[in-house]
Design a protein around this ligand. Structure first.
Ligand SMILES: Cc1ncc(COP(=O)(O)O)c(C=O)c1O
Length: 398
């Protein structure tokens, strides 16, 4: 095995020194070694990919769909993405010039942030938040500006936003909004989105609107930021969550054409184009009525699971913002137990073999919380709740 020449290590991209490995992955790896651990750690749908979508992938292979596609994605999947956005959220995009198909929403986040940021540019991140935006901002030379939303039921208010803009001024390049939210499940109403759009309209801030959980919105209808401020918004979405297709690695971004032309540079120099077979499957998922029905069926199952886990955990003494979308519960650890979320999660994993994610992995405002994913069968969730109940019964501190 080669051992690197040590002096090479000092010359790497200096921004890498500011980045830590993912705390969620690290914690997941740590608890995965515990025998018979039940894990509700990762945001991974437990459903299989629907049959007609698999068949679209099989057809793509059999029909020798094996050559480089256009860099921004096949026209079939771009058209399916524009159909999806129009049909569900009444926002209009041109398939030829305003969509880039990416390798999961993850690549869309990378493409957008590295395209936008110059050294020292600031990115507003309302927290607790899906942590991936932080290392990518740092690698891109940017600075995250956290706004802790925990005091406002995990919703960014226009006042908080105004205050942050006043403090940081023109150094702010972008804001990330993610709703429904990972990790809280909280989403924004049309009025709340409109109020944020009203604050941002007079600025040069780009809104990176990560709407990957839009289809998993329960009692209300999801409203896209692009309905209010399309000229400043980059929508991120994809099939990972809506169609249980995390392993296919297909996401997309939608933005005004002139922005897309620029974003497309980083995209094509990084990945050339997404995988043809996965794009064929995603076109079927996003572009057909059967694909719409798939999500409705999964959503009904998630909703039943959410109701069960939410109610059980409330009865056990947790305080939880009511999750209106996605598939996470973000729960405040009750008094009388380890209040440090890492200690609580570690102790629960070791003693009762239930793995959840410590809330501080999601940034300021997450301390003292745990996140669990209810994208698991009802039987698994029942088992999980019984392990949690046993842990709380046996570990109350005096
Ligand atoms: C808010 C959010 N955005 C993006 C992603 C990444 O999605 P993908 O698997 O399509 O890369 C996730 C995955 O957990 C997520 O929760």
């Amino acid at each position: 095995m080669p051992v690197v020449k040590q002096t090479l290590l000092t010359g790497l991209n200096h921004n890498l020194e500011r980045v830590q490995p993912s705390a969620i992955r690290a914690f997941d790896n740590e608890v995965s070694t515990i025998p018979s651990i039940l894990k509700l750690t990762l945001g991974e749908p437990d459903f299989n990919v629907p049959e007609h979508i698999k068949q679209a992938a099989v057809r793509s292979i059999l029909e020798n769909d094996s050559h480089y596609a256009a860099s921004n994605g096949t026209m079939a999947v771009r058209k399916a993405a524009t159909h999806f956005l129009k049909d569900r959220y009444d926002v209009t995009y041109d398939a030829a010039s305003e969509i880039i198909v990416t390798v999961g929403a993850t690549e869309a986040i990378y493409t957008v942030l590295t395209s936008l940021l110059n050294e020292g540019d600031k990115v507003i991140l309302p927290t607790p938040i899906f942590p991936l935006y932080i290392p990518i901002t740092l690698v891109g030379g940017g600075e995250p500006v956290f706004i802790d939303t925990s005091s406002n039921d995990f919703v960014l208010s226009p006042e908080m936003l105004k205050q942050t803009i006043k403090t940081h001024g023109d150094s702010i390049k972008a804001i990330v909004l993610n709703f429904p939210s990972n990790p809280t499940g909280v989403t924004y109403s049309a009025q709340e989105i409109k109020a944020l759009a009203d604050v941002l309209r007079d600025t040069n801030i780009v809104i990176i609107s990560d709407e990957i959980y839009s289809e998993l919105t329960y009692e209300t209808t999801h409203v896209s930021m692009a309905q209010y401020l399309p000229e400043q918004t980059i929508i991120l979405n994809g099939v990972s969550k809506s169609h249980a297709m995390t392993g296919y690695r297909i996401g997309f971004l939608a933005a005004p054409a002139e922005l897309v032309t620029k974003l497309s540079l980083i995209h094509q120099f990084t990945i050339t184009t997404a995988n043809n077979t996965a794009m064929a499957a995603a076109a079927e998922a996003l572009g057909t009525e059967a694909g719409r029905q798939d999500t409705l069926a999964m959503k009904a199952a998630y909703q039943e699971r959410r109701d069960f886990v939410y109610q059980t955990m409330i009865n056990l003494g947790f305080t939880i913002p009511r999750p209106a979308g996605a598939f996470y519960i973000f729960a405040k650890i009750p008094a009388g137990y380890h209040q440090d979320d890492f200690e609580f999660a570690r102790d629960l994993a070791v003693k009762n073999k239930l793995a959840v994610v410590p809330g501080s992995a999601f940034g300021p405002g997450g301390e003292g919380y745990i996140r669990l994913s209810y994208a698991a069968s009802l039987a698994t969730l029942q088992d999980a709740m019984s392990r949690l109940n046993d842990y709380l019964k046996d570990n109350r501190q005096a």
